[in-house]
Design a protein around this ligand. Structure first.
Ligand code: C2E
Ligand code: CA
Ligand code: CA
Length: 647
């Protein structure tokens, strides 16, 4: 009992001993209870302390565990990032679909290749994505087959697709035991496009985009196989533009190119879908007409082709009219093999050209003979040039009146150099029949140069002997187009060390008409260098007064066709007379060529013609014989009154 409580009890006499004992018992009981309580508390405290310690230990373990888990989570998330980055930086599109059809993984490249956004793909199933792929592919069946291939575990498949968005995709698909269905795709558009370009270039003409010779040959081979099987006919048309070289050489290649593009466009419009139009050379095209039932079909098409081309073409503010010559060979009559058909169409084309151009010609066996002759002529001409068999002859031009103090009536005025190709059995091949072969065979440059050199050597020889005999050389239109040919002429004259007044040139109207600007430039160059210019064969061409007036031409030669019938045809008389008066008005020297009779000469003299040339005055002769004309006394004696006695 608490001492204070005991003291209180002791000091209270009214409390009975009984009560006092009861209280004391009670208090003792309380004491015991307290005691017990204290004991229990003690026990609890110690047990609590024990639990706290255990808890703390556990906590520490837990914390450690959590830490370890966080670290492994970090590591996991890092490797996930690495994996993602790797996947996304791959150039191949990757898509993984689980076996339950759920979308497991994809990379950015996949979205890019299939034109998808992350929003669009999220939530889609494998089946939905496959349907979407099918909507893009041009070959759904192939895609389905590929899907089938990977149904079985371990299955894999590799295919290539052209997608509607223009992409070429290479798709590799496989079935993975745990991952599911893995689709990998690679963009091979660039590779395929490059391949396509290369193969296009191999089979097409780069300028016009038309099939080229290689493709034509394939088509031709196919056409032969097909025609053999079906017993059908087909036609091969060889089309060559007329005068294209002139345009190309004089107006530049860019204009020439534009013209070719326009021509190919026009030709393409005419042919039928089953036909082939190919460009096989500079200005050469071939039309392969399949399944021809009747000859007339070809005829009609050839006519349409020509008409279509003949419409004026406007280019760079100029207007061109371009014609074409077409040669036609038919399968099987004109050949059963590609090579023979091509050759025969080509032969027929040459005939069309010879017939005056802008027309077509069917192949005939007689054309072949002509072509063979022509080829052998070309070969021998080449040989003749190389072995120096060609010769220059000289025909005098004589003064019909007093042209100047030194060139008086009956005097030799000058010579015209004329090319001669001696035949083995005597006589000559006419230059008229071989000059154009030389032009076509690309020999005219060399031949022209040989003529110039020969004429210069001859003029120098006579000059050194004391004669001032001018020699005129004929310039062919094709030669006129050779770049810098005029400078070459002037240079050669200088190198030969002779006065330029010893050489003159004869050009024709057709040459002027091809390109007036270029012609003017060249002719002015000649004039500056003191070279005299004759306009040959006047009256046969366009005879435009305009260029006569504006170009530096010194003399016109009345074509021999007008001279021929002078004594009988009043029309020719009128033409000759008016050419003479026209030339006089323009201050030009007038030459009449092809004078064979005294009557012709009389008429021309009466009408004031300046110079005469023709058999009446003298045939073309070799240099040695020509030298006799250089003695003025002889000439005075022979001319006018009597023709020269040369030959
Ligand atoms: P061209 O320039 O008109 O030459 C005149 C032609 O008329 C020459 O024929 C000549 O022999 C001939 N001829 C001369 N007088 C008479 C005559 O009284 N009557 C007749 N019927 N004919 C006469 P060729 O020599 O056969 O030459 C023919 C054409 O060949 C020439 O016509 C010319 O265009 C060309 N040619 C001749 N030589 C050359 C040359 O060296 N270079 C070039 N580019 N062409 C030439
Ligand atoms: Ca001439
Ligand atoms: Ca002439």
């Amino acid at each position: 009992m608490h001492p204070r409580l005991k003291q209180q009890l002791d000091q209270s006499p009214q409390i009975s001993d009984e009560t006092r004992a009861a209280i004391a018992d009670f208090i003792a009981a309380v004491n015991t209870t307290y005691q017990e309580h204290d004991n229990a508390k003690q026990e609890l405290t110690s047990s609590l302390e024990q639990s706290a310690r255990t808890l703390m230990d556990r906590n520490a373990v837990l914390t450690r565990n959590l830490e370890a888990q966080r670290e492994s989570q970090q590591r996991l998330s890092h490797s996930y990032d690495v994996l993602n980055a790797t996947l996304n930086s791959s150039n191949e599109g990757v898509l993984v679909i689980g076996k339950d059809d759920a979308l497991i993984a994809y990379n950015e490249r996949y979205l890019d290749l299939l034109d998808l956004t992350p929003d669009q793909i999220s939530g889609l199933t494998g089946t939905e994505l496959f349907k979407y792929s099918c909507s893009l592919s041009t070959d759904v069946d192939k895609l389905r087959a590929q899907l089938k291939d990977i149904r079985e575990p371990g299955g894999s498949s590799f295919e290539e697709y052209r997608f509607l968005n223009g992409r070429w995709l290479e798709i590799y698909a496989r079935h993975h035991e745990t991952a599911g269905y893995i689709w990998m795709m690679r963009d091979i558009t660039e590779v395929r496009e490059k391949e396509a370009t290369i193969s296009f270039q191999a089979y097409h003409d780069s300028l016009t985009g038309l099939p080229n010779r290689v493709q034509l040959q394939q088509k031709l081979a196919d056409a032969i196989v097909e025609a053999k099987k079906s017993h059908k006919r087909f036609a091969l048309c060889y089309l060559d533009l007329d005068g294209f070289k002139t345009i190309n050489d004089s107006l530049g290649h860019s204009t020439g190119d534009k013209l070719l593009i326009e021509v190919s466009k026009r030709l393409s419009e005419v042919i039928r879908p089953e036909d082939t139009l190919a460009r096989v050379g500079g200005d050469e095209f071939i039309v392969l007409l399949n399944h021809i039932d009747h000859h007339d079909e070809v005829l009609q098409l050839a006519e349409t082709l020509l008409l279509k081309l003949y419409d004026p073409i406007r280019l760079d503010n100029r207007e061109f009219v371009i014609g074409a010559s077409i040669g036609i060979a038919l399968y099987p009559t004109d050949g059963e093999e590609a090579g023979i058909l091509m050759r025969n169409a080509d032969i027929a084309m040459y005939r069309a050209k010879a017939n005056g151009k802008n027309c077509f010609h069917f192949f005939t066996p007689s054309l072949e003979r002509i072509a063979v002759q022509r080829m052998s002529l070309e070969t021998s001409l080449r040989r003749a040039l190389e072995s120096n068999q060609l010769e220059l002859y000289y025909q005098p031009k004589v003064c019909m009146r007093d042209v100047s103090d030194s060139l008086r009536t009956g005097h030799l005025h000058s010579f015209e150099a004329l090319l001669r190709w001696p035949k083995a059995n005597g006589g000559f091949v006419s230059p008229e029949s071989f000059i154009h072969i030389a032009e076509d065979a690309g020999m005219i440059g060399r031949i022209g140069f040989w003529i110039l050199e020969q004429a210069c050597l001859q003029a120098r020889d006579w000059y050194q002997k004391g004669y001032h005999a001018n020699i005129s050389i004929n310039i062919s239109p094709r030669q006129f187009l050779i770049p810098n040919f005029h400078q070459e002429i002037v240079r050669t004259i200088h190198e030969m060390n002779i006065p330029p007044s010893l050489i003159s040139i004869e050009i024709t109207e057709s040459l002027l008409m091809q390109d007036l600007t270029h012609a003017r430039h060249v002719l002015e160059y000649f004039r500056e260098h003191g070279i005299f210019i004759y306009l040959d064969d006047f009256g046969t061409g366009f005879s435009s007064l305009n260029y006569l007036k504006t170009l530096p031409i010194d003399s016109i030669k009345i074509d021999r066709t007008f001279v021929k019938d002078l004594s009988s045809s009043t029309a020719d008389q009128a033409i000759a007379a008016s050419i003479i008066s026209l030339g006089k008005n323009l201050d030009m020297l007038i030459v009449a060529e092809g004078i064979e009779t005294a009557e012709q000469a009389d008429f021309l003299i009466r009408n004031g013609c300046d110079l005469a040339q023709g058999f009446y005055y003298g045939h073309p002769v070799c240099a040695e014989q020509a030298e006799q004309y250089l003695h003025p006394d002889d000439i005075l004696h022979h001319a006018i009154a009597k023709p020269f006695s040369a030959e």
